[in-house]
Every structure is written in structure tokens, then in C-alpha cells.
Design a protein around this ligand. Structure first.
Ligand SMILES: C[S@@+](CC[C@H](N)C(=O)[O-])C[C@H]1O[C@@H](n2cnc3c(N)ncnc32)[C@H](O)[C@@H]1O
Length: 303
């Protein structure tokens, strides 16, 4: 059976809550036992078709803020916005790939500070996910990373970011996955320079000494080049020494190529494909639709 969600039914993509095995096929009692084992964290990812559906699904009311955030979105400039609205309410394939890849022992050590040496240095590893959508890229990863860090006495914190319209779903999913201690939610629009308070909060979030790794899944799918330029600018502004992005090239190969060419002046980019020995077996397939960019900063940071 294919691992790819793009082939699933409407119900599976927009109505069902996604939980990785063993949670998808066990009873409530088993779920509770498993959750206890992993310190209370286990991904439970709600999805829906739109923000209006989200309000109904999560029983949200205007006074809880969903309406206000949408109003704010409407008043913002639209010319460098993705013309495909509300893509962040379902899990995209590349986020399954990204999480599975970064869960490899070698990758946790390389990118997530899970090596004995980094843990011994007593540093907290900080990871920011851009365009997190449902939060799957991070929420499918955090349980394993936290477990590994506990073994090593290391520490890790994730920040999942997206546009206003998706933040309620993101907060809900972080909470339902029992991951609030390790994952926080923040609004971050690529290329943001419009409101003073946004610039300040983005600056704080993006202060170079604070971020070790930037991650993202399926962020190059639009034909609006301004969106891709804003994304590349944000990745550079983040100031992390590394960035790992997973793409499904099927959506828009030229957007992935544009992103690569825009980032080449700042990062050395290693492209990982499904012939790589560390590509997770359960997402290996007979196609080159997917690619992972491992990006290492080659231009010194302005501290
Ligand atoms: C194709 S979805 C991928 C979602 C998620 N990463 C995944 O793989 O399931 C693209 C995500 O980028 C977000 N996005 C689009 N334009 C954005 C922008 N200008 N700033 C921040 N996020 C944006 C969307 O809201 C959406 O969550």
C-alpha cells in the first residue's frame, strides 16, 4: 500500500484525525499506555478542508479569535501571497518524509543536537518549522527527539509557524499531541515587513543565536515567484546554521528550482533523493518525485 496521502479519500485527508502507528489501529486503553511510555507525547493531527470548517470542527466561536485573525488576513497586501488559499489544513506528503528522515539516528545527531557532544555542552537545540500547516512535520518528529534528548540529558524546543488562518489548528494539534512543553506556535509570514509589532516578534524569533535548524515541507508548490522569494529571504533571515526542506517536485518543479537558485548564495545545498541509504524505507518509491535539501550555511552570520 502506498504511503502517499495525496491518493487518500476526501474523508481521510480533510476529516479524519491522523495518528501514526500504533495509534491508528489500537483501542483507547492501549493508546493511553503508549502515551505514558513516551512521556505523554504522541501525534494526533486534526485536519479539515477550510477555516470555516475548522470553526465547526473544533467548535470555535468568533469570540475565540478565529474571526479576528481572518479579518486581519483580509486587510493585508495580497500581491505576494500564495493564490491557492488555505493549503495548511491537511497533511502533505513531504511532511511525512521530512519527519521520517530527521528521525534517523544519524540525522538527529547531525541536525538536532542529539549527539553526545552537543548534549554534554548543555545547550538547548532550537528548531523552527516554516509553513507548518497542521504541524505534522514537527509533531511526527518531536516524540522521538524528546526521547533521544532525555537519554542524553539534552534539551530541544520547536517553534511551529504559519499564517494567522492556520494557527488555531496548529495550537489544537500541539495540545492534542501532548507536545505543548516542547512545541510553541507563532505567526510568521514569509517576507513579513508590514506591521511594526510583527517585525519585532519575527526579529526576536529569528535572532541568529536562537535557532539551530529551520525545517519545512512542501513549501514550493505555487507559481507565484514572489512567494518563493519571500520564503528564501525568510530562510536566510532565520540565521540558522542548517536548514532541511522536503519537497514533492510533482506540484511545481520550477518553484523548487527557483528556491534552490535563490538560496545558493547563502547555503551549500546537498540534494538527497530516494537512492540515498538513509532515505526511510517505508517512503521509498520508484520515482524521483521527492527531494530533500540539506542546506548548510556557507556565508557567515551577521551576529
Ligand atoms: C502546501 S502547505 C504545507 C503544509 C505543511 N508543511 C505540510 O507539509 O503538511 C504550505 C503551507 O505554507 C503556508 N504558507 C503559504 N504562504 C505562506 C507565507 N507567505 N508565509 C507563511 N506561511 C505560508 C500555508 O499556510 C501552508 O500551511
Amino acid at each position: 500500500m502506498s504511503w502517499r496521502r495525496s491518493f487518500l479519500s476526501y474523508k481521510e485527508k480533510y476529516e479524519d484525525t491522523y495518528s501514526p502507528p500504533p495509534f491508528d489501529d489500537v483501542n483507547e486503553e492501549e493508546k493511553e499506555k503508549e502515551t505514558k511510555k513516551s512521556g505523554g507525547i504522541h501525534a494526533r493531527i486534526s485536519q479539515c478542508s477550510s477555516s470555516s470548517e475548522l470553526k465547526k470542527r473544533l467548535k470555535m466561536k468568533e469570540e475565540e479569535g478565529v474571526g479576528e485573525e481572518e479579518e486581519e488576513e483580509k486587510t493585508r497586501r495580497k500581491d505576494d501571497r500564495d493564490p491557492v488559499p488555505e493549503t495548511g489544513f491537511t497533511i502533505w506528503d513531504a511532511s511525512l518524509l521530512l519527519a521520517a528522515y530527521l528521525k534517523r539516528e544519524e540525522k538527529m545527531e547531525q541536525f538536532l543536537g542529539a549527539s553526545a557532544a552537543s548534549a554534554a555542552a548543555g545547550k538547548t537545540t532550537r528548531v523552527v518549522e516554516l509553513g507548518a500547516g497542521t504541524g505534522a512535520g514537527t509533531l511526527l518528529l518531536v516524540e522521538s527527539v524528546v526521547e533521544k534528548m532525555r537519554e542524553r540529558n539534552g534539551d530541544v524546543r520547536f517553534v511551529v509557524t504559519d499564517l494567522d488562518v492556520v494557527l488555531h489548528l496548529l495550537r489544537h494539534n500541539v495540545r492534542e499531541s501532548g507536545a505543548s512543553e516542547f512545541v510553541s506556535v507563532q505567526r510568521l509570514e514569509w517576507g513579513e515587513t508590514r506591521r511594526k509589532e510583527d517585525v519585532e516578534s519575527v526579529k526576536t524569533l529569528l535572532s541568529p543565536s536562537r535557532i539551530d535548524l529551520v525545517i519545512g515541507a512542501d513549501l514550493c508548490y505555487t507559481s507565484n515567484e514572489e512567494v518563493i522569494k519571500n520564503l528564501a529571504d525568510t530562510v536566510k533571515l532565520c540565521g540558522s546554521r542548517a536548514c532541511v526542506m522536503a519537497f514533492c517536485r510533482e506540484h511545481n518543479p520550477s518553484a523548487v528550482d527557483l528556491f534552490e537558485s535563490l538560496c545558493e548564495d547563502t547555503f551549500r545545498i546537498k540534494k538527497v533523493t530516494n537512492t540515498d541509504p538513509l532515505w526511510p524505507e517505508h517512503v521509498r518509491e520508484d520515482s524521483d518525485d521527492f527531494v530533500i535539501f540539506e542546506m548548510t550555511r556557507c556565508v557567515a552570520l551577521d551576529e
